[in-house]
Write a protein that binds this ligand. Structure first.
Ligand code: IFG
Length: 534
């Protein structure tokens, strides 16, 4: 008997082994590589709120199209065309947007506005993926736009390539219900220290869209440069836009270019918040107009990186005429609710003069139909209802603001400043606040960082990139990535669903996507990046 068992067992192993080989061979012969069928195995960033796998596979094919039902908002057609524009170059499937009432069939995508699914709010969406049709539903077009970013991330990384790959373009079936934790999920780009043209800004907006971020705060003026055309004060750009840190040629946006960027942002459901930093950080303006200076003498343009040495003359009516003209012209070009008045590091403005100025600047912003946001020092003034205080350095300022009824935008320099070096070896960036490695950038919760600042006081998160040390967008991308996806997740995904150990695995698979999007990211040693694409 013993011998018999000893003979049968190896035989069984051999037969099992042969059966496995046969299965793989047959699958291979059938030309269908093992399709992904486990929706929970995705690496979506930001992590969706809920995922229910269904265990099958949906495939885009040459017969696939994007369907929009008659009576849908016009915006859905533009979103459909945006999605086709993202998928066709890499899949070669020639997806078209169908709005003539035909019904979607096998392999088609349907974009549809649903009826009041409260929980989804303004930007939430639901993905229903069956073996037949992939349906994106939402209360608003913005939610559809956020949902199609998830569709992009469910497809293989090659979908981000600029050239046609062979696929297959398959997605596991199931349901994803998803909506953001905070309404303000943004970045700030300092275009004053070094100037970045409209193409760079629009490239950044395309990247933000992929991670469902919805605010771009443009730091348009500082000591080193004035970057937005003001028709009533033309010398601000003619003279004040002439240079930048290091003495380079600087630059500025015409009002037409600014309007184009605002439109490009709106198509991606991104709001632009323009900042005119005052009363400090104003050397470029002061250098442009002698009458803005106490004593009437204009300083030279400045190309260094010191801060806190300039101030508007807070007791001169010329200053308030200037501020009114600037805010009027920018407000007229800005559909968003907020204008940022800066207010940081006014080290040579007397405290009473500072408070007096901020109070008057708030009145001016409100007189042009906008609400005020500013760096946390503005909390020393009397804040208007609806004001947002941007916490960057002193938590006590932010707390002073919320005690006046303001909301807080979380941009703590120690965690969220994209211009901080990763470590001492970083080739760009500063380190005055902290070294911020990828895990430091992810491992914090805005709602518990400062005990007095509760979730209900917080409008959201914003990651500023100050550009003293970077002069091209390629250099900027080294600082922005791979930390940005983590900020996107902090702004979108409930804190209790976030953990570094789980996130870092998802982030690793985004390395290939960033490469295919030609993003020159810092290959942090904390992440097990997949091998670089040859
Ligand atoms: N602080 C200054 C910025 C910039 C930054 C560089 C704020 C609000 C240091 N103000 O951050 O202008 O110089 O990290």
């Amino acid at each position: 008997m013993e011998n018999l068992i000893r003979t049968i067992k190896p035989m069984k192993k051999l037969i099992n082994g042969m059966a496995t080989v046969l299965t793989v061979l047959l699958a291979g012969l059938a030309g269908c590589a093992t399709e992904p069928t486990d929706l929970s195995g995705n690496s979506i960033i930001p992590k969706p709120v809920s995922i229910t796998p269904a265990g099958e596979s949906f495939a885009l094919t040459a017969k696939s199209d994007i369907f929009i039902m008659p009576g849908s908002p016009e915006e859905l057609t533009s979103i459909g065309n945006y999605l086709a524009g993202k998928l066709n170059p890499s899949t070669g499937l020639g997806l078209e947007v169908i709005t003539d009432g035909r019904k979607p069939g096998k392999g088609d995508i349907l974009l549809a506005i649903g009826t009041g699914d409260e929980e989804l709010g303004e930007e939430g969406y639901e993905l229903n993926i069956t073996g037949k049709v992939l349906t994106v539903t939402a209360n608003k077009p913005a939610g559809i736009f956020r949902g199609i970013q998830t569709v992009r991330q469910l497809l293989p990384p090659e979908v981000e390539a600029g050239t046609v790959g062979e696929g297959p373009w398959t997605i596991p079936t199931g349901t994803i219900r998803d909506f953001p934790l905070y309404g303000h999920r943004g970045v700030m780009l300092d275009v004053a220290r070094h100037f970045f043209g409209p193409e760079d800004v629009m490239r950044y907006m395309d990247q933000l869209a992929k991670y469902k971020m919805n605010v771009l705060h443009l730091h348009l003026s500082d000591d080193q440069g004035w970057r937005i055309e003001i028709k009533s004060w033309p010398n601000l750009t003619v003279h004040g836009g002439k240079t930048e840190v290091g003495g380079g040629e600087g630059g500025f946006y015409t009002q037409e270019e600014y309007t184009q960027m605002v439109k490009y942002a709106a198509e991606r459901y991104i709001t632009i918040i323009p900042e005119i930093d005052m009363p400090g950080h104003t050397n470029a303006a002061l250098s442009s107009y002698p009458e803005l200076n106490t004593g009437g003498k204009a300083p030279e343009l400045y190309t260094g990186i010191k801060v806190g040495f300039s101030t508007l003359d807070t007791r001169s009516e010329t200053t308030y005429k200037f501020v009114d003209d600037v805010i009027r012209e920018i407000a007229a070009l800005t559909p968003g609710k907020y204008i940022h008045i800066g207010g940081d590091e006014s080290h040579v403005t007397k405290p009473d003069d500072y408070v007096y100025f901020i109070n008057r600047a708030q009145d001016i912003v409100e007189s042009h139909g906008k609400s005020v946001t500013g760096w946390d020092e503005i909390a020393h003034a009397t804040l208007k209802p609806g004001t947002v205080v941007q916490y960057w350095a002193r938590a006590e300022n932010a707390v002073m603001g919320l005690n006046q009824g303001a909301k807080v935008l979380m941009s703590p320099a120690k965690y969220a400043y994209l211009d901080m070096k990763y470590d001492t070896a970083s080739i760009f960036g500063l380190n005055w606040a902290a070294y911020i490695e990828v895990d430091d950038a992810y491992n914090w919760d805005p709602a518990t960082l400062v005990p007095e600042i509760k979730k209900e006081n917080i409008v959201g998160i914003e990651a500023p990139l100050w550009t003293e040390t970077v002069s091209t967008f390629k250099e900027a991308e080294y600082l922005i990535y791979p930390r940005l996806p983590g900020y996107a997740e902090i702004g979108w995904t409930p804190a209790e669903m976030r953990s570094w150990d789980e996130y870092r695995v998802r982030l690793a698979s985004h390395g290939k996507r960033m490469e295919l999007m030609d993003i020159g990211f810092y290959r942090s040693p904390l992440i097990e990046w997949e091998p670089a694409v040859e």
